[in-house]
Structure formats: structure tokens, C-alpha cells
Ligand binder design. Structure first.
Ligand SMILES: [Zn+2]
Length: 300
């Protein structure tokens, strides 16, 4: 049975292969989808993005058309090079999206439907994204209310995993997750029930400030978080900044904390096993049991 992280990886692979590409072919074994494709053909549209929301996979096409699939127990998305032999029979094929180089094939998906942005917004089935930290309407109070509500329902959830959950707050990726927790002096492995209102305010405020500053610097579109700056060092220095000198803790395991000199740690966290970086001194452990330990050496 595919878990949320499997769908997440599938969506990421689809995005990499067919994201930004023009659809050159579309096939489906589902009558409902065929009707939409007859009226408003998929061929010629661009795959704008592919994203996962929990166990749902969403493929956005240009012209306000979104293919929404749910895997339930049996479904899966496969990627094949054009002309490559499929690993499942045609009888199990439900959807094929072709581009010049790839065929994305959904097998056995029990739920597949087309939406517009509006109908998706109205759908009660597909989980919603949280408020976008970069939107003009976003406020620190509103962001804290989201974190607080989620924490009440999921008191044992770890804060850094929650910061990455796009249904709580949309926008933070893996770089910001560690940087925001560091700046707010919150140990990333702490359970939501131990996080104070003041700490939530600090995290949301820092998240908004860092993201806005990086958008202003024009780095938000850089792939994979490259170019994000949270630490600007000694502003009087005349040396040009190295890439490594731009972040507090991200990818700095084994190096000295810029604030206190302790060794920065790294540990995989959550079902998606994303790397989390932190300073055990600046971000003290609060909770039962021993403080989580991590690797303090690159590759060690
Ligand atoms: Zn420190």
C-alpha cells in the first residue's frame, strides 16, 4: 500500500520527467476522463507542475485543468522512456500522459478525475494546502493559528516535520525548515505539545522574513534551495561570501555553530527521512527521554 511519502516521491519523479513539457499524447481507460479530453484535449497543453497532497497526486496542465489521482491500495504511477516496455499489462492502464521523451502511466488508480482550480478548491476530498507564507494576505497571527490548531490535533508530531507539511503552512522546503528552527532556537525533534506560543510566533515570523528576503534577492526560483541566504555573517567583512557562509546550519554538520561554536548535527527525520540540521546547544531538547543525537561528521 503506497504511503504518503511514496506518493511524494512519485510526484517528484513525475515533476522532474514531464514538468514543463508539452503533452504529445493522452490515453485513458476511464470514460469520465475521455469525455473531458474529447471536449478539451490534453494534447498541446503544458504540464505546469506535479504535486502530492497526502495520498493524492495532482498533475496541473496549462489552461486550468488538473488531473487528480488517488492510489488507495492498488494504484501506482510509472515512468517509461518513450517506447519502453511497460511492467504491467495494458488492461491495468488507466491514464497515459506522453511527452516527447516520457510516458507517465497510471495503473489501477481507483480514483482519477479532472478538476479546474475552482472545483478543486470546492472539493472536500482532496486536502487543501495551508496558507502560502509568501502571499500578501499571510500574517504571523494566521500562521501561528494554523500551527497551533495542527499541534492540538497532533500533539506528538515533531515540529520540523510539521514545518514541512504543506497543508499546515505552504512554502517551507527542507532548507528553510532547519534554518527556521535554528533561528527560533527550537529543537527540530520536539513534539508539538512542548512548543510554546512564543516559539510558534518566532518560527512563523522568521519563516516569513527569510522567505521574503530571498524572494527580494531573486533566488526563490533557484532549484533545490541553492542560493538561499539566512546568515549574512559579519557585514563589515569585505570578502565575498562563499555559498557555505550563507546558512546557519543546513548542510553544516560537523562544523562549528555560528552562534555558540558547538558542533552542528544532522539526522534523518520523519517518514520521508528528510535531513534535519541543528545545534544541540542553541536548540535545547525539551521533552521526555534523551535528546535525539545525530551525526556530527559529513559521511560519518
Ligand atoms: Zn549553537
Amino acid at each position: 500500500m503506497p504511503e504518503g511519502d511514496t506518493i511524494y516521491r512519485a510526484a517528484r519523479a513525475l515533476q522532474k520527467a514531464i514538468g514543463g513539457r508539452v503533452v504529445t499524447g493522452f490515453e485513458t481507460g476511464l470514460a469520465k476522463l475521455t469525455r473531458v479530453n474529447d471536449d478539451a484535449p490534453l494534447v498541446g497543453r503544458v504540464v505546469e507542475k506535479v504535486e502530492s497532497r497526502g495520498k493524492w497526486c495532482l498533475v496541473y496542465f496549462s489552461g486550468d485543468l488538473i488531473l487528480v489521482t488517488h492510489m488507495l491500495m492498488s494504484g501506482s504511477w510509472h515512468l517509461y522512456r518513450a517506447g519502453e516496455r511497460w511492467q504491467m499489462g495494458r488492461g491495468r492502464m488507466r491514464v497515459v500522459i506522453r511527452t516527447a521523451d516520457w510516458e507517465a502511466v497510471a495503473f489501477n488508480v481507483p480514483i482519477a478525475e479532472f478538476h479546474t482550480a475552482r472545483s478543486l478548491e470546492r472539493s472536500s476530498q482532496v486536502p487543501k494546502l495551508g496558507p502560502d507564507i509568501l502571499s500578501d494576505e499571510f500574517t504571523v497571527e494566521g500562521g501561528v493559528a494554523r500551527l497551533d490548531a495542527y499541534g492540538r490535533e497532533n500533539p506528538e508530531a515533531e515540529i520540523a516535520v510539521v514545518l514541512l507539511n504543506q497543508r499546515v503552512l505552504a512554502g517551507l522546503g527542507n532548507v528553510y525548515k532547519s534554518e527556521v528552527a535554528f533561528a527560533a532556537e527550537v529543537n527540530p525533534f520536539r513534539a508539538m505539545r512542548t512548543i510554546t506560543q512564543r516559539e510558534m510566533e518566532k518560527m512563523v515570523e522568521v519563516a516569513q522574513r527569510y522567505m521574503k528576503a530571498n524572494v527580494a534577492d531573486g533566488v526563490s526560483s533557484v532549484k533545490g534551495g541553492e542560493g538561499i541566504v539566512t546568515y549574512s555573517g559579519n557585514r563589515r567583512t569585505t570578502h565575498a561570501m562563499d555559498r557555505e557562509e550563507r546558512l546557519w546550519v543546513y548542510k553544516r554538520q560537523g562544523q562549528e555553530c555560528r552562534r555558540c561554536g558547538a558542533t552542528v548535527m544532522m539526522r534523518k527525520q520523519g517518514v520521508q527521512a528528510r535531513s534535519t540540521y541543528w545545534c544541540p546547544e542553541c536548540q535545547p531538547w525539551v521533552g521526555e527521554g534523551d535528546a535525539p543525537v545525530g551525526r556530527g561528521k559529513i559521511g560519518g
